[in-house]
Write a protein that binds this ligand. Structure first.
Ligand code: ATP
Length: 331
């Protein structure tokens, strides 16, 4: 049994958390959950977005599964997600982009994994108001942080036998910052002579992703471009409700899907829990429980092979809880 920190989060978080836990239990996942509450609802009761016990739990268990947390506007933190990523130096945001089942899509054979640098770039929050009509934002790119995310992408490519890693920048315009990131990618690539480094500019990458998405396998990029490409990727494979993700540092990992708290559908039993369930599967893979994770993935695939099982975001009418039951039946 492995104890993990479980943060249900805000908005649709509690609903998709319940769904995910019931699927994990039905699949016999050897997990124990230490619940830790953070976010907007906690702020109202305790006056803080992340109570100290949440940090303590994450630091003790080293692994957390986190639901979406509302980004407070103008209340201390820039974003709780950014705060956690910075505090634990969770430098690699990794997002596999692949349809979880045979759903009808405009794009076929999309199957790539995105490595997004998670701690610097324009997300440092170093902004300055110069005057009423002028504001600046500072972009920070360092060799150390660029090299380690590129290395993570190449290590993954090597482990899974991919022949190419695509690095995405805008180095033709931001010659110093993106130029440095690209330079690091070229340097790191030399350590992996069997893997080709493909260089793409972010604007071209967006176009290529909708013209020939099947030609990418491993993509590595900076923080902001990674944020945008994640949502673009999610759109290619059926939407935010389907795509998992994880944030990894040296010894702590926080698993979380791409989507936010989806306040428009919260509390209505309408959310699609697939992204969180697949996120839990990534966690299971990493703790040596791939067999259990694959069984859950197969059950999702089988569930999605019948259009009658679609939730509202996929054009169907099943509620979150009814969809969860179907997955459990298909386990
Ligand atoms: P945040 O600022 O918290 O990231 P956001 O409003 O930018 O939030 P989301 O909360 O991810 O973004 O929501 C974007 C849209 O996608 C919303 O219409 C939401 O209902 C939908 N959505 C997001 N996640 C899901 C899900 N799991 N199931 C169904 N619909 C979802």
């Amino acid at each position: 049994m492995r104890t993990i920190t479980w943060i249900p989060g805000d908005g649709i978080g509690p609903e998709i958390s319940d769904a995910t836990i019931s699927i994990l239990k039905a699949a016999g996942a050897p997990l124990e959950y230490e619940f830790a509450y953070a976010g907007g609802t906690v702020f109202e009761k305790e006056g803080t977005y992340i109570p100290e016990k949440v940090f303590e739990s994450i630091e003790k268990n080293k692994i957390a599964l986190k639901g979406p947390i509302e980004t407070p506007i103008g209340k201390g933190f820039r974003s709780i997600n950014v705060e956690l990523r910075k505090k634990y130096d969770l430098y690699a945001n990794i997002r596999p982009i692949k349809a979880p089942g045979p759903i009808p899509l405009k794009f076929e054979n999309v199957d790539f994994i995105l490595f997004r640098e998670n701690t610097e770039d324009l997300y440092m929050g170093w902004e300055e108001k110069i005057s009423e009509n002028e504001a600046h934002s500072i972009k920070v790119i360092t060799r150390e942080k660029s090299e380690r995310i590129v290395r993570a992408a190449f290590d993954y490519a090597k482990q899974f036998g991919h022949k190419k890693v695509t690095v995405v920048t805008k180095a033709n315009i931001m010659k110093l910052t993106d130029g440095l990131f690209l330079d690091c990618a070229r340097e790191v690539a030399k350590e992996y002579p069997e893997i080709q480094l493909e260089e793409m500019l972010i604007d071209n990458m967006c176009m290529q992703l909708v013209i020939r998405p099947e030609s990418f396998q491993v993509v590595v990029t900076e923080n902001l471009y990674g944020d945008i490409l994640s949502d673009l990727g999610a759109g290619l494979v059926g939407g935010l409700g389907l795509v998992p993700g994880m944030n990894k540092g040296k010894d702590i990992a926080i698993y979380e899907s791409i989507h936010g708290s989806a306040l428009d559908i919260a509390g209505k039993d309408l959310a699609n829990p697939t992204a969180m369930v697949l996120t839990a599967c990534l966690l299971l893979d990493d703790i040596g429980e791939k067999e259990c994770a694959d069984r859950i993935r197969k059950a999702i695939e089988k569930t999605l092979s019948n259009k009658e099982n679609y939730t509202k975001d996929l054009g169907g009418s099943l509620t979150c809880s009814a969809y969860t039951k179907k997955i459990i039946e298909n386990l």
